[in-house]
Write a protein that binds this ligand. Structure first.
Ligand code: HDE
Length: 705
């Protein structure tokens, strides 16, 4: 029987676990329950003879305190959880490598950016921000995109997001922002959702959030896959070359599969159908050898460019459009190995924007400056002490020697008397080196003030530029998202305040959201600190404008019944697989179907277990007899209805017509007869599916609100 991706990923036999066991970053292996010597032991290594029964005084008597095996096992279990991250609690990790295209020596001496033949190992953790560790994968939220490069000169952590700007300008506001968006303090809901009073109260009283709100209400916040998100360092950093020359730099990741999102209605349904949708997708892709890849790019610019820019490059609520400073591609990252153990790696990985290497330095962005404190501090309570750098996933993969000693959970065992420096008793070192990290001697002046620079005061112009740069469908989605979120805000003056900001961004946006809420003319009048200006459109801010036709990495769901045509199914499968995409069969029963040719085909999903929302395009390969039963099955009708409502390409046999009629499918360019004829056919379906969605269908199906 063919192993489906689902069965492959769910395979967890002890033999597989041992065969797939990976060495840790330091090359060490971990003792597992399936080591060649199979004896089960305590943590102290004592062999265990009975792992089923506790020690009792008589078979029906009380348990004895003496049972050290039971006590050790239960005590360990009681302490299996550590505090989850205060933000970015839900994450998925993967190992891989980064390789530069060519030397970047003219800009930076960073060791991992010098030699195109050198691969630098990486560990990446993607995350949602607001929800807890057990929350769903598709809330409307920012995605974290944190990369740890294990370079030959120390770990470099690029701790970014999938959105290039941030909500606030100063670290002082971060706890307020996070408190407002997380579950409300008294009631502990809503979980993983910004659609509630406290978030919009804070946001509407903090005009600096406006630009980021536009991004958060756009389709960026509901990605199709973690393999299809962009990543951004957000802040301005610096590159430093061997000569000590500094240039400003903004970091970007671009997915090779293109950037793609789901629709909001789809996101809501995916969360019900599979709340591990993104986590599973990433795991399965890597597990099946379809390794996700990103190009690492930079915007490099000098002081003169920074001075000529309308905004302050230290303001994290602003981006530099690619049309102003184009991207330079530096190399590629490939994720090719799933973690062995979620807790040991994905949970214990400790990122920190302050983990930089010679050749990379900070700017004075006040948000970044605050982050430089926060990340070590949070690891102290999350990972229990100052030695978290010794946890295998956090350990540098280059020599690491200094005179720091001791502390909770110290793992290494440094020999000798010299635990100080300078010393004369250990001439072999370690010692300072001219090659060591040098901070750019950026002159600093000014009194000690608590102030926001005047250069940070325009909160609307880039929000307007973002909105205007979107296509019509993307603008409609933003309007709908604001309407959805504000409809969940019970306190009416908060809604009115948000509407006031939206009018400043763009009157068309403000009016459309008012109309969608049924609150025409109710916006609060807001006086901006600085009047917005019109900036040129930046087409690269739109996902749709830069979309490339590609089916690679996608999933086509094929609805089958008994009597399905063998050749047609085989042709669909080979056409889809030729594009690097995957077919999954959905059938009334998990045992599968008997084809017209008498072959028993196992199903990957039942209809309710594999709703069409989890696929990128669908094929209805149902037989005449089979369809008669499906039209009476609500889940089957809904399967087709949703595929149509989510603007997907639908390939179908002529026998599927009764089901499409029942699902109110209206023939259009996205509904394609796959049996061929003068128009249509499998090729036409594939060509359509590569464009992902038929946007023209959307206005016939929904209005913003
Ligand atoms: Fe974070 N952030 N952050 N952040 N952040 C954390 O660190 C913080 C900010 C980002 O997968 C925490 O280890 C402050 C911007 C990612 O483990 C914490 C401020 C950006 C991750 C923290 C910011 C990020 C975090 C929580 C404002 C995009 C997940 C757990 C001054 C450039 C990393 C932890 C992972 C995690 C603090 C703002 C990205 C509390 C104080 C801007 C991707 O230290």
């Amino acid at each position: 029987m063919a192993r489906t991706p689902a069965s492959r990923s769910d395979s967890n036999s002890p033999a597989d676990a041992y065969a797939n066991r990976n060495p840790g970053p330091g090359g060490e292996t971990h003792q597992t329950a399936t080591s060649p010597d199979q004896t089960l032991t305590t943590n102290q290594g004592a062999p265990i003879s009975d792992n089923q029964n506790s020690l009792k005084a008589g078979a029906r008597g009380p348990t004895l305190l003496e049972d050290f095996i039971l006590r050790e096992k239960i005590t360990h279990f009681d302490h299996e959880r550590i505090p989850e991250r205060i933000v970015h609690a839900r994450g998925s990790g993967a190992h891989g490598y980064f390789q530069p295209y060519e030397s970047c020596a003219k800009w930076t001496k960073a060791a991992f950016l010098q030699d195109p033949s050198v691969q630098t190992p990486v560990f990446v953790r993607f995350s949602t921000v607001a929800g807890g560790a057990g929350s769903v994968d598709l809330p409307r939220d920012v995605r974290g995109f944190a990369v740890k490069f294990y370079t030959s000169e120390g770990n470099f952590d690029l701790v970014g997001n999938n959105i290039p700007v941030f909500f606030i300008q100063d670290a002082m506001k971060f706890p307020d922002l996070v408190h407002s968006v997380k579950m409300e303090a008294d009631r502990a809901f809503p979980q993983a959702a910004s659609a509630h009073d406290t978030f919009w109260d804070f946001a509407s009283l903090s005009p600096e959030t406006t630009h980021m709100l536009l991004w958060a209400m756009s389709d960026r916040a509901i990605p199709r896959s973690l393999r299809m998100i962009e990543g951004f360092g957000v802040h301005t950093f610096r590159f430093i070359n061997e000569a000590g020359e500094s240039t400003f730099v903004k970091f970007h990741w671009r997915p090779m599969l293109g950037t793609a999102s789901v629709l909001w209605d789809e996101a809501l349904k995916i969360n019900g159908a599979d709340n591990d949708f993104h986590r599973r997708d990433l795991w399965n892709a890597i597990d099946s050898g379809d390794f996700p890849e990103w190009e690492f790019s930079v915007q490099v610019f000098d002081q003169a460019t920074a001075d000529a820019f309308e905004f302050d490059i230290l303001d994290a609520t602003k981006l530099i459009p690619e049309e102003v400073v184009p991207l330079t591609k530096l190399g590629k990252m490939v994720l090719n190995r799933n973690p062995d153990n979620f807790f040991a790696e994905t949970e214990q990985v400790a990122f920190h924007p302050g983990h930089v290497v010679p050749g990379i330095d900070f700017s004075n962005d006040p948000l970044l400056q605050g982050r430089l404190f926060s990340y070590t501090d949070t690891q102290l309570s999350r990972l229990g002490g100052p030695n978290f750098h010794e946890i295998p996933v956090n350990r540098p993969q280059c020599p690491m020697r200094n005179f720091q000693r001791d502390g909770l959970m110290r793992m290494n065992n440094p020999p000798g008397r010299a635990n100080y420096e300078p010393n004369s008793i250990a001439p072999e070192g370690p010692r300072e080196s001219p090659r060591g990290f040098h901070t750019v001697a950026d002159p600093v002046e000014g009194g000690k003030v608590r102030e926001r620079s005047e250069t940070f005061s325009d909160h609307y112009s880039q929000a307007r530029q973002f909105f205007r740069s979107q296509t019509e469908p993307e603008q409609q989605h933003i309007i709908s998202a604001f309407a959805f979120e504000l409809a969940k805000v019970a306190i009416v003056p908060i809604r009115q305040r948000v509407l006031g900001h939206l009018h400043l961004v763009e009157p068309k946006l403000g009016k459309a959201v008012e109309a969608a809420l049924g609150m025409e003319g109710q916006a609060e009048q807001i006086k901006p600190a600085k009047a917005p200006i019109d900036l040129p459109d930046s087409p690269t801010l739109s996902i749709i404008k830069k979309a490339v036709p590609i089916l690679k990495g996608r999933k086509v769901g094929v609805l089958v019944t008994d009597g399905a045509d063998d050749k047609l199914l085989a042709d669909v499968r080979s056409a889809v697989e030729a594009e690097g995409a995957m077919v999954e069969l959905v059938a009334p029963k998990i045992g599968g179907v008997k084809t017209a040719g008498g072959k028993q085909l196992p199903a990957d999903h039942t209809i309710s277990g594999g709703p069409s929302v989890v696929f990128d395009a669908v094929v209805l390969a149902v037989s005449k007899d089979g369809v008669a039963a499906l039209v009476k099955e609500a889940a089957a009708v809904e399967w087709v209805q949703n595929a149509f409502a989510h603007l997907k390409f639908i390939g179908h046999t002529s026998t599927a017509k009764p089901l499409m009629d029942k699902a109110s499918v209206v023939p259009d360019a996205g509904v394609i007869a796959i049996e061929g004829g003068s128009e249509g056919g499998i090729d036409a379906f594939i060509t359509g599916a590569k464009t992902h969605r038929l946007w023209e269908r959307e206005p016939t199906l929904r209005t913003p609100g």
